[in-house]
Design a protein around this ligand. Structure first.
Ligand SMILES: NC(=O)c1ccc[n+]([C@@H]2O[C@H](COP(=O)([O-])OP(=O)(O)OC[C@H]3O[C@@H](n4cnc5c(N)ncnc54)[C@H](O)[C@@H]3O)[C@@H](O)[C@H]2O)c1
Length: 374
């Protein structure tokens, strides 16, 4: 139990990790009277100089240890570290006595996740694993349409993801370097990193999952760049609804995007219609972002905020507001992140065993033999 007392003043926040995704995460802090950004941490001088322009009054540090030793008072940290540093990094931040808004994926295995959750409890601090997709307006509309019964009872659903190699914003090579480390320990960029969002969304829409079946392939581009696709993952929720997610690579496909270039859609089929989100990060299908078909008529929702970057703004504001007021529930808690991790690990276990059904609730906590740490 965390005995969290809301703050009756603006939150004093630090950013730890000032790389690519900082550009979107900072949106929740801009023009937000509930927060003061007091510190910026990154070992790279260029990044510190670049981000200092956003927060001229913030102090900058090359490490968490130097921030901790500075005497600057911090309440909460926006943790934007590379995935291989999540386990030790998040524990370190919690041990400093700071609340943590961590980036997904939480970490690579259940033992690491339990260590992080234990650190939050031991330090009596709030740990959140942010999931900006839950704040993306078209997905929120999809959920509302489905829950309102507009398409009848849910018969099943499909998530589609096409990894395209052309268009979008620049991603520095340094970001790929730690992704290569993740690939080496079997936690690929499509299924585990980006896929975290898809699995979260599935749990958010239809609740706990009781069985996962997966067939995860590899496409090699040389020099250790082994992308975890094509892949097909299917599952059944405790309520009986089945979902399926296919991941395909189209390396020469150009996508117009302000961000990453995945072509993605979510489609829920009901007993009398369907509802579909046409795009998320990239500007793939140029129809309204949500379309709902029923009784021979198609409804299009043209006025939704379909800028994926704004889902980070709203996710960040939700976190700060929670610390400031205590108004919950917090979307999402660390326990829910644990469920997402179990879901992903069940897919790996299924695929390794030839696609058999795996119950994510039955996975063991221990690190696998021979793997001290993934
Ligand atoms: N929510 C999303 O949709 C989304 C999208 C992209 C990335 N992410 C996640 O965000 C995290 C960061 O990804 P990124 O693309 O910004 O990576 P990045 O490599 O661009 O940035 C990471 C930054 O952390 C810094 N860093 C490294 N070690 C550090 C340390 N010990 N202390 C402080 N800073 C340190 C690096 O110098 C770099 O500037 C990852 O967990 C990734 O999965 C989430």
């Amino acid at each position: 139990m965390v005995t969290f007392a809301p703050y009756d003043r603006p939150i004093r926040a630090a950013f730890v990790g000032l790389g690519r995704i900082y550009d979107l995460n900072m949106r929740g802090y801009v023009d937000n009277p509930d927060v003061h950004v007091v510190a910026l941490v990154d070992p790279t001088q260029d990044r510190r100089d670049q981000r200092q322009a956003d927060w001229p009054e913030a102090a900058t540090f090359p490490s968490i240890a130097k921030l901790a030793a500075s005497g600057i008072e911090v309440d909460a940290v926006e943790c934007l570290l590379p995935i291989p540093l999540h386990e030790d990094g998040i524990v370190d931040l919690l041990d400093q006595g700071w609340h943590v808004n961590a980036q997904k994926p939480l970490c690579n295995d259940l033992a690491a996740a339990q260590r992080i959750l234990d650190a939050a409890i031991a330090n009596d601090r709030v740990l959140r694993v942010m999931e900006n997709f839950l704040f993306y307006q078209p997905l929120q509309k999809l959920k509302a349409v489905v829950e309102a019964g507009d398409i009848g009872d849910v018969a099943g659903y499909h998530v589609k993801m096409v990894g395209s190699g052309s268009g979008g914003w620049d991603v520095p090579w340094s970001s790929f370097e730690w992704q290569l480390k993740q690939i080496q320990v079997g936690r690929g960029i499509m299924v585990f990193d980006d896929g975290w969002h898809k699995l979260s969304t599935a749990l958010w829409l239809f609740g706990p999952v009781r069985e996962v079946r997966a067939w995860i392939g590899t496409t090699s581009f040389g020099s250790g760049i082994d992308i975890d696709a094509p892949a097909m993952i299917g599952w059944e929720h405790e309520n009986g609804v089945r979902g399926v997610w296919d991941i395909t690579l189209a390396p020469d496909l150009y996508m117009r995007s302000d961000y990453y270039t995945n072509d993605e859609r979510w489609e829920v089929t009901g007993t009398k219609g369907y509802a579909r989100v046409n795009r998320i990060m990239a500007r793939g299908i140029q129809q309204p972002s949500v379309e709902v078909y029923c009784d021979g008529e198609m409804r299009g929702f043209h006025a939704l905020d379909d800028d994926w970057g704004n889902s980070f703004r709203d996710s960040g504001r939700h976190w700060i507001r929670y610390l400031h007021t205590g108004e919950g529930p917090l979307s999402w808690s660390a326990d829910e992140a644990m469920d997402v991790l179990r879901f992903a690990l069940a897919a790996y276990e299924s695929s390794a065993a030839g696609g058999i059904g795996v119950d994510p609730r039955q996975l063991k906590l221990a690190r696998r033999a021979g793997e001290e740490r993934l």
